[in-house]
Design a protein around this ligand. Structure first.
Ligand SMILES: Cc1cc2nc3c(=O)[nH]c(=O)nc-3n(C[C@H](O)[C@H](O)[C@H](O)COP(=O)(O)O)c2cc1C
Length: 192
C-alpha cells in the first residue's frame, strides 16, 4: 500500500463502491402502499432493461413487493435528502409514509405502483422477476423495467445534464449515517 492508503474495515467496504444514486422504492398491495430508501440498486442488463435492488426481508416494502410482483424506483433529487433519510429510517407497516410526510404520488400506468415526481429526477416501473434463491439468501430482488420517465430539466435525450441551475434535482449518493454526496459537476474524459 502506498503512503496514503490505509486498510478499510470490511464492514465499510461496501461504502467504497456504493454511491450510485439512492432511490426510493415504492410499492402497493391489498389497498396499502409504501415507500422506503434504498442505496443498493444497480442495472444488470441493457436489453431487456433489468435492475436489481436489495430489499431486506424484514421490511414492509418486501412484503408488498412479493404480494404485488412490482415496485417503483423513484430517483430523489437533492431537495429530497431529508425525506429520503426519513423514509429510510422508519417502517410504513403501521402507518402510511405518504400521508405522514405529505408525499404526493401518482399511479403507474403499467404496473399500478406509486410514483413520486415532485422533487424526483426520474422514476422506473419495475416488474419483479422471481428469483427465490437470490431473494432469500441475499435479499436481492431482480426486475424488468417496463416504463420510465425523467424530468427533462436534468435528463433528456438519454443523458444527464447536471448544472448549477438544476441543483435540487441532482442525484444523492449515500455515504452512510445520513450523509449524502450530491452529484455536482460533470467531468468529461478525453477520447481514448
Ligand atoms: C439512505 C438509506 C439507504 C438504504 N438502503 C437500503 C437498501 O438498499 N436496502 C434495504 O433493504 N434497506 C435500505 N435502507 C433501510 C430501509 O429504507 C428501512 O429499513 C426502511 O425503514 C424500510 O421501510 P419499510 O419497512 O416501510 O419498507 C436504507 C435506508 C437509508 C436511510
Amino acid at each position: 500500500m502506498n503512503e496514503h492508503f490505509r486498510p478499510v474495515a470490511l464492514e465499510h467496504a461496501s461504502r467504497l463502491i456504493n454511491h450510485g444514486p439512492t432511490v426510493l422504492v415504492t410499492s402497493a398491495a391489498g389497498g396499502r402502499r409504501n415507500v422506503m430508501a434504498a442505496a443498493w440498486s444497480m442495472p444488470v442488463e441493457f436489453t431487456p432493461p433489468r435492475i436489481a435492488v436489495v430489499i431486506d426481508k424484514n421490511t414492509w416494502t418486501r412484503e408488498l413487493v412479493m404480494a404485488s410482483g412490482a415496485f417503483g424506483l423513484c430517483i430523489p433529487g437533492a431537495g429530497l435528502a431529508d425525506l429520503t433519510y426519513a423514509v429510510g429510517s422508519a417502517s410504513g407497516r403501521d402507518d402510511d409514509k405518504f400521508m405522514r410526510h405529505g408525499i404526493v404520488a401518482t399511479v403507474g400506468a403499467v404496473l399500478g405502483v406509486p410514483l413520486i415526481e415532485a422533487g424526483c429526477a426520474a422514476w422506473l416501473e419495475c416488474r419483479l422477476i422471481r428469483e427465490p434463491h437470490a431473494e432469500e439468501a441475499y435479499d436481492t430482488c431482480f426486475a424488468e423495467v417496463v416504463a420510465a420517465a425523467a424530468d427533462e430539466r436534468i435528463f433528456a435525450q438519454g443523458h444527464w445534464s447536471v448544472r448549477e441551475d438544476n441543483q435540487p434535482l441532482h442525484t444523492i449518493h449515500h455515504l452512510g449515517g445520513g450523509n449524502f454526496a450530491r452529484a455536482g459537476s460533470v467531468i468529461r474524459a478525453k477520447s481514448p
